[in-house]
Design a protein around this ligand. Structure first.
Ligand code: ADP
Length: 367
């Protein structure tokens, strides 16, 4: 159990660019925090600085009431699980899991007890005498987890632990890590480039880009109230539809003019949008907030958009429509039995209460 605080943390490797740029984070005891962002955004560097595997350029890392900047990795009581498992190939599963405890001089009986306990939790007891090459990817990752568990660390750090697994195994291991977390009641920091992993596992998500934290919040806040265009487009599958356009005022009403269509900005959003009258903005709307007009409840000329349906992609439980307004491509997610005709115009209804607008200069969310 531990509480972690990161203050003004920066890392410069070489040259002027900061791999990590003034990051501040507070991670509560027993919290599961996912750091997510595209490759190269500085996630692993943060994790390695917390673990003590990377020198800190400036800033502080605190574990509970102790500033650990100068504490060697081995004395931080942190366990790290890596993407490539980092198992010793010539040792058995038992020996791999016992190794860290042996180095620390634990008595043999205690080592056996802890390894068997961890093997039981992870369902790898039958494999204790095998070597890593005799195991599947998922089993190897369990051994790597086991090696971390036996140490009973204050904090678990995971660096893309599921990236080497196939899609099905990834989903399975995701659930297992979730269960593990409930059982161990420890602080977890989990690095991934996969937004689904972050969304499904994290109590809170830290979205990063270019070394800078873009937003830190619970998953639904990140999804429903993204702080900026980057966060909106990074989270969600299919990605949010983004369209460039202009705010126009007609009488008392404000519209978003995409060039080929106009949709009315809801009254509640007007105070925030009015300063953008005549200006370029980007509108973001998620696929599930666009309806086929044939099945929509509240269609009106103010929220109806005509577009060509170029592709219909049935996925069983839902259907993706790939649409083209004449200026933008966008995707709608509609009911499983909806089959509009391809290469024909169709009418779509935008749920204007769900759209986001972004400032074209700052990329920040306007509403
Ligand atoms: P992520 O984990 O988000 O993929 P990293 O933390 O690994 O990103 O890397 C952040 C940035 O720092 C990248 O631009 C990467 O190229 C750079 N970087 C990482 N490790 C080193 C290193 N040892 N030497 C120089 N540059 C590095």
């Amino acid at each position: 159990m531990a509480h972690i605080r990161i203050a003004n943390l920066s890392k410069v490797y070489k040259g002027p660019a900061k791999a990590v740029d003034n990051v501040n984070l507070e991670i509560k005891d027993r919290e599961f925090v996912a750091l997510v962002g595209p490759s190269g955004c500085g996630k692993s560097t943060i994790l390695r600085m917390i673990a003590g595997l990377e020198e800190i350029t400036s800033g502080e890392v605190w574990i509970d009431d102790r500033m650990v900047n100068d504490v060697p990795a081995k004395d931080r009581n942190i366990a790290m699980v890596f993407q490539n498992y980092a198992l010793y190939p010539y040792m058995t599963v038992f020996e791999n899991m016992a190794f860290g405890l042996k180095l620390r001089g634990y008595p043999k009986a205690e080592i056996v007890k802890r390894v068997h306990e961890a093997a039981e939790i992870l369902g790898i007891r039958p494999y204790l005498e095998r070597r890593p090459k005799e195991l599947s990817g998922g089993e190897r990752q369990r051994v790597a987890l086991g090696r971390a568990i036996v140490r009973k660390p204050l904090v678990f750090l995971f660096d893309e632990p599921l990236s080497n697994l196939d899609a099905k195994m990834r989903v399975q291991m995701r659930t297992e890590i979730h269960k593990l977390r409930l059982r161990l009641q420890t602080t977890f920091i989990y690095v991934t480039h996969d937004q689904t992993e972050a969304m499904t596992m994290g109590d809170r998500i830290v979205v990063m880009n270019k070394g800078v934290v873009q937003q830190c919040a619970d998953p639904m806040t990140i999804y429903d109230k993204p702080a900026n265009k980057f966060v909106a487009s990074f989270v969600g599958s299919p990605p949010i539809n983004l369209m460039q356009g202009r705010v126009v005022k007609q009488g008392r009403k404000y519209f978003f003019d995409e060039g080929k269509f106009q949709v009315k900005i809801i009254d509640e959003a007007v105070p925030r949008m009015a300063p953008y009258d005549g200006k370029e903005v980007a509108m973001g709307i998620r696929a599930e907030d666009i309806y086929d007009k044939l099945f929509a409840f509240e269609a009106s000329p103010d929220n109806t958009v005509r577009a060509i349906c170029e592709v219909v992609e049935p996925l069983g439980s839902e259907v993706y429509l790939y649409l083209n307004s004449g200026r933008h491509n966008f995707i709608a997610r509609v009911g499983a039995h909806d089959r509009p005709e391809v290469n024909r115009d169709m009418d779509l209804v935008f749920d204007m209460s769900k759209v986001h607008f972004f400032d074209c200069q700052t990329q920040a969310t306007i509403i």
